[in-house]
Design a protein around this ligand. Structure first.
Ligand SMILES: *Cc1c(COP(=O)(O)O)cnc(C)c1O
Length: 219
């Protein structure tokens, strides 16, 4: 059992004081670790593989809010549409359309975040600035999807200044969307992980995705 209750409470208090939501990234961790954090009162958990999420979800309490933070393939949306609380990482119109369709089948409105490409690495998924605005223009056509905000992953680098610039880029897109008026009002800005959550918060993050700091290193 690798969950440290004191570390959790310290982190939670630090984030609560700043109005930032803590998302516990439980990928690769056994259900016992999730239960331990649940017992401490935590409810927001995130996974990045559909199969792993689908296996864990039925074994754990119903009132957990499950977030999906990985790259979601369209043909897998149907497996998580009935229960997923927030799908982070919508990076195409076709994915948004599929989430809308599956949400409709379940009689739900599913909350999502648009993933924005902010890292310098080619391999990271995400929309460009222009694609974010184009997608938001279409959003009203998909009533079973609610776009709540933006999500981004900074480059994997020790260069703090570069990471800061990437977070600030995301924050400025977020602010520009909200400056456009009430239609596309976004409230969630998901950025920052174990190694850079404090930096992300100084750049305007409202939700941090923390794995290893809570559960220990992944094998
Ligand atoms: C794994 C993962 C995290 C958490 O990473 P840690 O460094 O363990 O905190 C956050 N966001 C995404 C998208 C991830 O895949």
């Amino acid at each position: 059992m690798s969950v440290d209750a004191n570390a959790y409470h310290r982190l939670k208090a630090e984030l609560d004081a700043q109005g930032v939501t803590l998302l516990a990234v439980s990928k690769t961790k056994p259900k016992e670790d999730i239960e331990a954090l649940y017992q401490l009162g935590h409810r927001d958990f995130a996974e990045n593989y559909v199969q792993e999420l689908v296996e864990k979800q039925p074994l754990l309490p119903d009132d957990i809010r499950w977030h999906f933070i990985g790259h979601l393939q369209r043909n897998k949306v149907k497996y998580i549409a009935s229960f997923c609380a927030l799908i982070q990482g919508v990076d195409s119109l076709s994915l948004l359309q599929e989430i809308n369709k599956q949400a409709q089948k379940c009689g739900r409105v599913i909350d999502v975040l648009l993933q924005v490409h902010i890292a310098s690495e080619e391999t990271k998924f995400g929309l460009s600035n222009d694609e974010v605005f184009a997608l938001l223009e279409q959003a009203s056509l998909y009533p079973n999807v609610q776009i709540k905000g933006l999500m981004g992953m900074a480059s994997f680098t020790d260069n703090t200044e570069q990471v800061r610039q990437e977070f600030l880029t995301l924050k400025s897109i977020f602010d520009r969307v909200n400056a456009q008026g009430p239609h596309n009002r976004l409230t969630v800005l998901s950025m920052g992980m174990s190694g850079d959550y404090r930096l992300a918060i100084t750049c305007g993050s409202t939700m941090v995705r923390v794995g290893s700091l809570l559960f220990g290193a992944r094998s």
